[in-house]
Design a protein around this ligand. Sequence first.
Ligand code: ADP
Ligand code: MG
Length: 322
Amino acid sequence: MSSVPDTEPFDVVVLGEILVEISTEQAFGHGVPAEMGISGDALNVAAAAAGAGARVGLAAVLTDDELGAAITERVRELGVSTDLLRYRRGQQGVYLVHGDPDGQREFSYARSGSVGSTLGPEDLDDDVLRSAGAVVASGIACAISDTARDAVHTAARLATRFVYDPNYRPRLTSADTAAEVLTDLAEHCFLITPSFPGETEALLGVATAEQAATKLLAAGCDTVAVTCGAEGVHLQDASGSTWLDAVPAPAVVDQTGAGDALVGTLTARLVLGDSLEDAAAFAAAAASLVVGGKGGTGFVPTFEQTRAHADSHAGGRSTSNG
Ligand SMILES: Nc1ncnc2c1ncn2[C@@H]1O[C@H](COP(=O)(O)OP(=O)(O)O)[C@@H](O)[C@H]1O
Ligand SMILES: [Mg+2]
């Protein structure tokens, strides 16, 4: 589909599936009280990018009922445009999560055949994708259905800057398929953000963050940010590599969404004109604040909060060229 956008271009467009989260504090069972949340990696990334100051659109498919309306309201509340949301008859994807106090988490998904996984190339406006500062998608979007994977490939071809987070989920796809998708997309990518060591080992078959980055650059990607959990981030492009220490988290309540916050913030700040090192420092600061909230959007820092947190931990970078 193609039309002339009648609004200002987005800084960042995110593609993916929004999920309803049902979380319990006790083990799953009949009568266990639960809390409803609205989540999914695409929403977390979009919220982080909006928090970081970008004008953000979220391309996702929702049900055409009260639940779809409630999810739309949450998207709006997070400062993300609802213009790219599409609605159709179907069932909303859901996951149940039980997090116990020692940090173990138990997940159960009901998302196959969901309305969100019907996202396809015809749901996207080519001009919106072309005009956006960056377009972001993940391995989850590629794994939920063939049409969603086609949508991601379409976006990768059209986008000026395409950002891909491999987000490998063994319950949704095999390592071989996820690796193939990553290799196919790499040449279109402005930025790829694999996690070490889970994704770098499973999808790239390498032992270090640097080897992973080198391999993805050789496949045609411009910049790689390998996220290394509470340790930090390895950044690499044609000009060399930089190690960035993680920013100490004021509180760790829930690791969910650290990677999503990093991707959303990094993308937003790059589009808004920051250098790679500055954008990544803000991204690490935002991620370290997000782990203090429950779920991926339990706490989304404003850019002022992120900047203050980053400034209070400046340093921790080491650069090597070549
Ligand atoms: N416990 C933590 N404390 C501070 N920063 C963290 C913590 N966990 C993650 N981060 C930051 O978030 C980034 C992404 O986290 P990571 O766990 O690697 O991603 P993912 O969620 O994709 O597995 C890290 O590179 C780091 O900067
Ligand atoms: Mg990740």
